[in-house]
Each structure stands twice: as structure tokens, then as C-alpha cells.
Design a protein around this ligand. Structure first.
Ligand code: ATP
Length: 386
């Protein structure tokens, strides 16, 4: 028999979860180390997080950064080596998974193959002895929510991957958990289905208002769905913020590199005009402007600047005004229909990628080998700490 992959919510969760005004989930100084042979692997290193009730919160990072271990500690499948986990303000450290008011959904849906869709969804409620009439109503509501009411009598094997994942979601949500933990739930689906499920998941989360904690290594997925994202690297949270904050203002080189495409330029800080941005020399005759410098940086020192490819303007005339001005030579052009990508060599072994929308239909700004000027306003380049 297949095993269920949702943890059961406690008896009290038969009623809608009460809200105490406390954060739905908080982690305080949470560390998890594993013994691996003679070595100790620190999977999670001193994570502090507060997740609000009703938030869609993502843990995002590359493979091995500690996302799943963090989620498993919230669920109660792992205990922290040190630190505290709270759910709805209550310290649940050391409390087993089946006594925590959370449900988990995995990439492998692990539905019961011999049961109908409706019976799969009803499973948790039956086990808790909820009255038959109430089970029928709640299962029907859940199947409507995931738009599978017409498939209630089917077996899981008669459904597509996306539909099976929606059944798994309904099976978890019907328990009305305080929070739903989702570990790469769309990982097994093809790209098109994954994208439509992202929109679906966000809609469902908005409708039920339950806190979602979503683990993914896919930055597009996290940016699309989340209210806030914690970007993790080597067991730590490198940046915590809204998708726009993280995309527009990455706090570290790692985040700039991991989220979307970013140009990272290295230069020497020169000076700043009265109250104006800092001038950073990033190549011969090339000056980038930065509104702020990272802590510890000063005139004469080296800094790294990031600027997103779509913020860079490319032209053949020398730019005017208070902008970064960087001359260079086009080394590659890629025409993509709606946009053109340019690769520009700015000297000092540095390349800048430029995405230019083809709004006017004017065609290429410059061919390969041509000299161009790149420019962007100071608020679009950020000086980063390492
Ligand atoms: P992925 O996206 O690949 O699942 P992740 O970011 O979720 O990665 P974790 O699964 O949390 O990362 O693992 C973090 C680190 O902890 C990895 O180096 C992993 O090998 C190690 N690790 C996780 N679980 C154990 C375990 N039970 N025993 C030993 N090491 C472990």
C-alpha cells in the first residue's frame, strides 16, 4: 500500500485554525548538523525567519543550500541541533510531526492508487472521525477549489501529473492546517504545466488564506508566486525580501547572480559630487555611478557593481546627464523577436549583457564589432559586498 506523504493535522485542526496574532511560523537561531561518517555537515546555520499568517513564503536556493532541511524542521521531521521553532507563537521544538498544525506536499504526490480522487481527499478527515456529511461537503469544496469536481470518482492513474498534484494539494488543504509546506511540488511537471500550476497555486493560496511555505531552486517560480522570499546559500539566509526587492536590489553577489541575469562589474571608487552618486571607474573612460557604497568601501578601493541587463541602454551616441557611461564593442547580438540581447566588451576583461525591447521595430542598434555607448541611471546599479 502506498504511504501518505501528508502529515496529519492535530484533532483541533478539524475547526478552522485560530489566529493568535502571532507569526504563523518563526525560526530563532535554528541550526541543523548531520554526522556523515567522521564529518559533521551543517545543513542549516543559524537561521532566523518570521513568516506571517497567510503569507506565501518561499525558501529559494541552489541544491544543498539547506531549504529542505529547514522545511523538515518546521514540519517536525527533523529536530534542530540548536534553536527554536514556533508555530503560531507556540514553541514546538521537540514536538512530533503529527502534533504540529502543518501539512506537507511533496513532488511525488504519493496518492493512494486504489482509492478514488474523493476518497484520497477524504482520507485525513475519515481518520480523524469527522462526520460523514461534513466530509462530503468539505471534500466537494476542496475538489471545486482545485477544479477537479468532475474527476471525483476517477482513480489517480486516470489523471495527468498536474491533476494528481492538485489532488495532493486538496488532500492536504482539506485538513485546514495552520500552514502548508510544499517541497518542490511542481518539479515533476513539464515547463508549460508548471507555469500554469504556478498561477493556480497562487490563486488557491489566496482563496484559502493559509500560510504557504514553498521550497524551490527555481527563481522564476519563487518570483512569480511569493509574497516574500528567503534566498539561502550554504545553510544561511543571504537575503529576505519581496520578489521586487530581491530582483531590483540584490544584497550580495550570490543573490545578484542566482536571481535572473545580472551584470557584475568590478571597478575602483573615485569620488562623488556634492550629495550625488559615487563615481566608479569600471574600465578605460568608463564611469559607473552608484548611489551608495557597501560598508567599508572608500575612495581608491575596489567595489563590485551590479546592473540588470534590461536597465542598460545601448546607443551609438555618447550619453548625456547623470548616468553611468561605459563605452564598449559589441561582441554578440541575439535577435529574439520581442527583444535583442547584446554582449558588449567594455575592456578590463569585462562584458556587459544588454536586453533591449524591440518596441519601435527599429532593428539592431549596432552590429557585431561596432563601438557603442552603454548608459543607465545611478539608481539601477548597486555596489555589493562579497
Ligand atoms: P535540494 O534542492 O538538492 O533538495 P536543499 O537545499 O533542500 O537541496 P538539503 O536537502 O536541506 O538541501 O541539504 C543540505 C545539506 O545537508 C546537504 O549538504 C545535504 O547533503 C546535507 N544533508 C541533508 N540531510 C542529511 C542527512 N540526513 N544526513 C547527512 N547529511 C544531510
Amino acid at each position: 500500500m502506498a504511504t501518505t506523504t501528508t502529515t496529519s493535522a492535530p484533532e483541533a485542526a478539524a475547526e478552522p485554525p485560530t489566529r493568535t496574532g502571532e507569526p504563523a511560523i518563526s525560526l530563532e537561531g535554528v541550526t541543523k548538523s548531520f554526522r556523515s561518517g567522521s564529518e559533521t555537515v551543517t545543513a542549516v546555520a543559524g537561521v532566523d525567519l518570521t513568516i506571517g499568517a497567510g503569507e506565501f513564503f518561499s525558501l529559494l536556493g541552489p541544491s544543498g543550500c539547506g531549504k529542505t532541511t529547514t522545511m523538515r524542521m518546521i514540519a517536525g521531521f527533523e529536530e534542530p541541533t540548536s534553536g527554536t521553532v514556533r508555530l503560531d507563537g507556540r514553541d514546538v521544538t521537540g514536538i512530533p510531526a503529527n502534533h504540529r498544525d502543518v501539512n506537507m506536499v511533496f513532488q511525488s504526490y504519493a496518492l493512494f492508487p486504489h482509492m478514488s480522487v474523493a476518497d484520497n481527499v477524504a482520507f485525513g478527515l475519515r481518520r480523524r472521525g469527522v462526520a460523514k456529511a461534513e466530509i462530503r461537503t468539505r471534500v466537494a469544496e476542496m475538489l471545486d477549489l482545485v477544479e477537479l469536481g468532475h474527476r471525483a470518482k476517477h482513480r489517480p492513474s486516470q489523471l495527468s501529473g498536474g491533476q494528481q498534484q492538485r489532488v495532493a494539494l486538496a488532500r492536504a488543504l482539506v485538513n485546514q492546517p495552520g500552514a502548508l509546506l510544499l517541497d518542490e511540488p511542481l518539479g515533476a511537471l513539464d515547463l508549460k504545466l508548471r507555469q500554469s500550476m504556478q498561477v493556480e497555486l497562487k490563486r488557491i493560496q489566496r482563496e484559502v488564506g493559509i500560510t504557504f511555505v514553498y521550497v524551490t531552486h527555481d527563481q522564476g517560480e519563487a518570483l512569480t508566486m511569493s509574497d516574500r522570499i528567503a534566498v539561502m546559500n550554504h545553510g544561511r539566509v543571504e537575503q529576505l525580501g519581496t520578489p521586487a526587492e530581491i530582483y531590483e536590489h540584490p544584497a550580495t553577489r550570490f543573490v545578484a547572480d542566482f536571481i535572473g541575469t545580472s551584470n557584475l562589474l568590478t571597478g575602483v571608487v573615485r569620488d562623488r559630487s556634492e550629495g550625488g552618486p559615487w563615481r566608479v571607474e569600471v574600465g578605460e573612460g568608463a564611469t559607473a555611478l552608484a548611489a551608495e557604497l557597501p560598508d567599508g568601501a572608500e575612495a581608491g578601493g575596489e567595489v563590485h557593481l551590479t546592473v540588470r541587463p534590461e536597465k542598460v541602454h545601448i546607443g551609438t551616441a555618447e550619453p548625456e546627464g547623470t548616468v553611468s557611461r561605459v563605452p564598449g564593442t559589441v561582441t554578440e547580438t541575439v535577435y529574439l523577436g520581442s527583444a535583442t540581447h547584446y554582449q558588449v566588451d567594455i575592456g578590463s576583461d569585462q562584458q556587459v549583457t544588454v536586453f533591449q525591447q524591440n518596441a519601435s521595430g527599429a532593428g539592431l542598434v549596432a552590429e557585431r564589432g561596432e563601438r557603442v555607448w552603454l548608459s543607465w541611471p545611478p539608481e539601477h546599479s548597486y555596489a555589493l559586498s562579497d
